[in-house]
Design a protein around this ligand. Structure first.
Ligand code: ARG
Ligand code: ZN
Length: 850
C-alpha cells in the first residue's frame, strides 16, 4: 500500500492534529512471517484544532479487522494509511493487523536480527507496526502485551506482569509513537542498579546474546556516569523503575532513545580491551550518554514535528559533548568536535546537500539525520550558552524543562526560554537555525596610540535555495597576548552582529597579538590567516589550548598547500621545529600532542584548494602528504624511538583519557617509525599487543607500507568469530591501501565469504571505507565511483535508509576536475535511473545532481 509518488513536506504547512490520543493498548502475537498486532486506542478531538477528517498512518500492514466503540467498521485504505468516519466525540478505535518482521529488511518498524525481534520507529516506523497518527505531537500512554515463546520480552516503561509465553509492560509517561519499542529474544542481561538523587532504585540492564556478556561492563559504567552527571549538571533524574539497553547487530544508525528501552547498534554499546579501540570506548560512552540524556531532552520534551529535529538532537549532542569534556578533559574534546565540524559539516554545507539546522522542507526525514542537524545543532546550543553565560544557560534550561515538560515543542519555544530567562533578544540569533552555509570571517587589525582595533567582517556564501544571506549573531571569543605570551586581555566574548564591525581596546602598552575565535566559539571559517611568525608564536604560547592547536594546524595546512602547489618537496624547518618542540614537551597532554602530530586530512586540503578557486588533484594531495610524513620521520629520527618507548604503558590497561592519549601518541609515532624501519616496530607491536588500539594501529602501519599481508591474515584468523572486529578488518585494508589499490582491495573484499553485505555495519565497513579514502575512491578512471554505485543499487531495494546515507559519499562532486565530475554524474544518473529506486535514495541523488 505504498509507492505513492514521494511528496515534499513543508514546515510552513504544519497543522495541529485533529485527534489526540489518550491511551494505547497493544498486543503482539509474535511470529516471523505473520505477527498479529492488536491495538486499542482511545481518541478524543483536539480542542485546539479545527475538526479534520480522521486519518491514521499505515504502511505494509494487512488489515484484518477494525472497530469503533466495539462496532466493526470498514475504513478506506489510502496509499499512506486509512481514513474512516468517526464520531465527533471521544471514541475507542480497535484494529488487528498482520505484519511480517522476518521479511523486513528495511530495519524500520518491527524486524528481526539474528532470531531476535526488535523495533526502530524513529522517525516514521511505527506506521509499519499498526495504524496510528504517527507524528511526534500526538502523545499517548502505552500498555503493551507481548506473546512469544522467546525467553526475554521487553517494551517501554515498567514491567507489570508476566507468565509463561507472555509479558506486560506499562509506560506511565505519555510519548509519541517514535519512542515505542519492543524486543523479544534469547538474551542475557548484565545487571546493576542505580539510586537516583530522589532516592529511588532503578534496575539497569544491558541485554545481549550470551557470547557478548563479557563486553557489557564498560557500557554499564558509562550509563551510571551519565545518570549521575545529568543529576549533578542539569538536575535531571531518571523517572522509571527500570532502564533497559539492548544490543542489536542489524541497525541502521548508532542507537535509539526509546523510553526506558534503548536499542543500540551492537557496535555502539559492546566494548572490551581485546576487541575495542580507545576511540570505540569513547564512542560507546558518548552514545550511551547521548541516548540516556534524551530521556529529558527528547522524551519528556519532544519535538512538535520533524523539522524541529535539532531541538532534541542538537541539544542532546551538546549535552553528550559536555559530559565527555567534563570526564576526560575539555581541550582535547573541543578539538575533536571542531574537527568533525570542519571535516564533515563544513563540507556538507559547502556542497549540494547543504541545508539549515532546521530545514524547511524534506521528502524523506531520514535523510536529515545529518551532521548539520546534529553537530551544527549542538554548536548553536554552545553559542547560546556563550552569549548568555553559564548562569543564564542554567536558568534558561530550568525554564525549558519546567515550561515544556510533557510537551512537543519548537525552536521558537526553546529560544523563548532563553529570552524569558535572561532578557536577551535572540531575533537575529534565530537566523542560525534557518540559514544554511558556513559564515566566513575576515579580520584586519591596527594599533595606534595605545588603542588596538579589530575589524571583523562576516559573509555567508549562497547555498541551494538560499542565494541571499543575512548577517548572523556570532560570539567571537578573543584574547590578547603580549610578546611574552602573557594575557593582556583574558578571553572576552565579542558579539559580531553586523556585516562588519570594529572592536577597540584602549590603554595598551604595545601592539598585542590577537587570539581569535578561542575554543572555536562559533562554527565559522576565519578566512584571514595571520603571518606565519604570529601563528608559530601562538603554537608555542597561546593560553587557549584550542587556538594553540589551531595555530599549528593552520601552519601545517599552509605548508601542505604550498607543497601541493609546487608538487612536492620537504616541509619547511619552521614546521618541523614547532612539531619537535610540541612532541617533546612532556608538560603537554599526550592526547594533545597526538592531535598536533596529525596532518590535516586529504579532504580538508581538497576543500581548502577548492575554496581558493583551485582544482584539487586527490592523488597529488595524497602523495604530498605522504612525502611530508617521510620527511618528518627523517627529520625527527633522533627523538622518535625514545618518544615511542615513553608512550608504552606498564600498568594494567584502562580505557581512560590518560592511557588513551599515550596510546594515540605512541601510534602516531609508530606510523612515522614505520617509514624508516621496514615495519619492525609495527610488527613487534602487532605481535605483542594486548589491546585492540595497539593491535589495529600496528596492522594499519604495516598495511600502509605494503607489509601487512601476513598480519591481516593472522588478524582474520584470530577474530573471524567476532563480527565487530571483523568490520575493522574489512575497513582498515581499504583505508590503508595505496591509492591505486584501494578500489581493487574493496572489490576483492566484497567477494570475501564474510562480506555479509545486508548487515549495515559490514556494508559500511567496506563501502564507507572506500568513499573515505579520497585518493583511492577518486581514481581517475572512475572505477571507485562505479563500484560504490553498483553496491548502492544492489542495497537500495533491501535497505533504502542505509543506501541513501551512503550516497552522500558522492558529495565531493563539485570539488574535482571536469572529467571526474562527469564520471560521478554518470554514476549518480545510473543510480537515479534504476527501476523502483526508493524515495530515500531518489531524494539524495536528486539533490546531489541539482
Ligand atoms: N534519535 C536517534 C539518536 O540520535 C537516531 C535515530 C535515527 N534513526 C533514523 N532511522 N532516522 O540517537
Ligand atoms: Zn539523538
Amino acid at each position: 500500500m505504498k509507492d505513492a509518488a514521494p511528496q515534499t513536506i513543508y514546515l510552513a504547512d504544519y497543522m495541529a492534529p485533529g485527534w489526540l490520543v489518550e491511551s494505547v493498548h497493544l498486543t503482539f502475537r509474535l511470529a516471523p512471517q505473520a505477527t498479529r498486532v492488536l491495538s486499542r486506542i482511545a481518541f478524543r478531538p483536539n480542542p485546539d484544532s479545527p475538526r479534520q477528517p480522521f486519518f491514521l498512518h499505515g504502511e505494509d500492514l494487512r488489515l484484518i479487522a477494525a472497530s469503533i466503540d466495539g462496532t466493526p467498521v470498514t475504513p478506506q485504505l489510502t496509499a499512506t494509511g486509512l481514513t474512516c468516519d468517526v464520531p465527533d466525540a471521544p471514541f475507542v478505535w480497535e484494529a488487528e493487523v498482520e505484519i511480517a518482521p522476518a521479511d523486513n529488511t528495511v530495519l524500520e518498524g518491527l524486524y528481526m536480527s539474528n532470531g531476535m525481534y526488535c523495533t526502530q520507529c524513529e522517525a516514521e516506523g511505527f506506521r509499519k507496526i499498526t495504524y496510528y497518527p504517527d507524528r511526534p505531537d500526538v502523545m499517548g500512554v502505552y500498555t503493551v502485551r507481548i506473546e512469544s515463546d522467546l525467553p526475554v520480552l521487553l517494551s517501554n516503561g515498567n514491567p507489570v506482569a508476566s507468565g509463561d509465553g507472555w509479558a506486560e509492560w506499562h509506560d506511565p509517561w505519555p510519548k509519541p509513537s517514535y519512542l515505542f519499542a519492543l524486543v523479544a529474544g534469547d538474551l542475557v542481561a548484565h545487571h546493576d542498579t542505580f539510586t537516583t538523587m530522589d532516592d529511588r532504585t532503578v534496575d539497569l540492564n544491558i541485554w545481549v546474546r550470551a557470547p557478548d556478556l563479557d563486553k557489557c561492563g564498560f557500557g554499564m559504567g558509562a550509563l551510571k556516569r551519565a545518570m549521575i552527571w545529568d543529576e549533578q549538571t542539569y538536575g535531571r533524574a531518571y523517572d522509571l523503575d527500570v532502564f533497559n539497553i539492548v544490543a542489536v547487530d542489524d541497525f541502521n544508525m548508532g542507537a535509539m532513545e526509546n523510553k526506558g528501552l534503548n536499542i543500540f547498534n551492537s557496535s555502539a554499546v559492546l566494548a572490551n580491551q581485546a576487541t575495542s579501540t580507545d576511540a570505540d570506548f569513547q564512542r560507546v560512552e558518548a552514545i550511551i550518554a547521548h541516548e540516556y540524556f534524551h530521556n529529558w531532552t527528547g522524551n519528556r520534551i519532544t519535538c512538535r514535528d520533524w523539522f524541529q529535529l535539532c531541538l532534541k538532537e542538537g541539544l542532546t549532542v551538546f549535552r553528550d559533548q559536555s559530559f565527555t569534556g567534563d570526564l576526560h578533559g575539555h581541550a582535547v574534546k573541543r578539538i575533536e568536535d571542531a574537527l568533525v565540524m570542519r571535516n564533515r559539516q563544513f563540507q556538507e554545507d559547502a556542497g549540494p546537500l547543504s541545508h539549515p539546522v532546521r530545514p524547511d522542507s524534506f521528502v524523506e526525514i531520514n535523510n536529515f539525520y545529518t551532521v548539520t542537524v546534529y553537530e551544527k545543532g549542538a554548536e548553536l546550543v554552545g553559542m547560546l550558552k556563550r552569549l548568555v553565560g553559564d548562569d543564564g544557560y542554567r536558568a534558561a534550561l530550568d525554564l525549558y524543562f519546567d515550561r515544556h515538560d510533557g510537551q512537543a515543542a519548537t525552536i521558537e519555544d526553546w529560544l523563548a526560554c532563553f529570552t524569558d530567562a535572561t532578557g536577551r533578544d535572540l531575533t537575529q540569533f534565530k537566523r542560525w537555525y534557518e540559514q544554511a552555509g558556513t559564515p566566513r570571517l575576515t579580520v584586519r587589525d591596527d594599533f595606534k596610540d595605545g588603542t588596538y582595533s579589530l575589524h571583523i567582517a562576516q559573509e555567508t556564501p549562497p547555498t541551494p535555495g538560499q542565494p541571499e544571506k543575512l548577517p548572523l549573531h556570532i560570539p567571537v571569543a578573543l584574547g590578547l597576548l603580549d610578546d611574552t605570551g602573557a594575557e593582556v586581555l583574558p578571553t572576552t566574548m565579542l558579539e559580531l552582529t553586523g556585516a562588519s564591525q570594529t572592536f577597540t581596546f584602549d590603554n595598551l602598552a604595545a601592539r598585542p597579538i590577537p587570539s581569535i575565535l578561542r575554543g572555536f566559539s562559533a562554527p565559522v571559517i576565519v578566512a584571514s590567516t595571520p603571518p606565519a611568525g604570529e601563528r608559530a608564536f601562538l603554537l608555542a604560547h597561546d593560553t587557549d589550548p584550542f587556538n594553540r592547536w589551531d595555530a599549528g594546524r593552520s601552519l601545517a595546512r599552509d605548508m601542505l598547500l604550498d607543497l601541493i602547489r609546487q608538487d612536492g618537496g620537504a616541509p619547511d624547518a619552521g614546521y618541523l621545529d614547532g612539531l619537535r618542540a610540541t612532541l617533546t614537551d612532556s608538560g603537554l597532554d599526550p592526547a594533545f600532542r597526538a592531535l598536533v602530530a596529525q596532518l590535516p586530512s586529504e579532504t580538508d586540503l581538497a576543500i581548502a584548494l577548492a575554496a581558493a578557486g583551485e582544482t584539487p588533484d586527490p592523488l597529488q594531495i595524497h602523495r604530498v602528504r605522504q612525502d611530508v610524513r617521510r620527511h618528518t620521520a627523517e627529520a625527527l629520527s633522533d627523538i622518535l624511538p625514545r618518544l615511542y618507548a615513553d608512550m608504552q604503558i606498564q600498568s594494567p590497561f584502562a580505557p581512560d583519557a590518560l592511557q588513551g592519549g599515550q596510546r594515540a601518541l605512541g601510534n602516531a609515532i609508530l606510523m612515522l617509525l614505520s617509514e624508516r624501519d621496514g615495519g619492525a616496530a609495527a610488527q613487534a607491536q602487532f605481535d605483542g599487543a594486548d589491546n585492540m588500539t595497539q593491535q589495529l594501529a600496528a596492522l594499519g602501519a604495516l598495511l600502509h607500507i605494503g607489509k601487512g599481508e601476513d598480519a591481516a591474515a593472522r588478524f582474520h584468523d584470530q577474530w573471524q568469530d567476532d563480527r565487530l572486529v571483523l568490520n575493522k578488518w574489512f575497513g582498515i585494508q581499504i583505508t590503508m591501501a595505496a591509492p591505486e589499490e584501494a578500489v581493487d582491495t574493496a572489490a576483492r573484499l566484497t567477494r570475501h565469504s564474510d562480506f555479509l553485505w545486508k548487515n549495515p555495519n559490514r556494508f559500511r565497513s567496506v563501502m564507507g571505507a572506500l568513499s573515505a579514502h579520497p585518493a583511492g575512491f577518486h581514481r581517475a578512471d572512475g572505477a571507485g565511483y562505479a563500484l560504490l554505485a553498483d553496491w548502492l543499487i544492489r542495497l537500495d531495494p533491501l535497505n533504502p535508509q542505509t543506501t541513501a546515507r551512503m550516497v552522500a559519499g558522492f558529495d565531493g562532486l563539485r570539488r574535482y576536475d571536469a572529467d571526474r565530475q562527469a564520471l560521478i554524474r554518470r554514476e549518480l544518473r545510473r543510480i537515479a535511473d534504476t527501476q523502483g529506486l526508493s524515495p530515500d535514495t531518489t531524494e539524495m541523488v536528486t539533490r546531489l545532481l541539482q
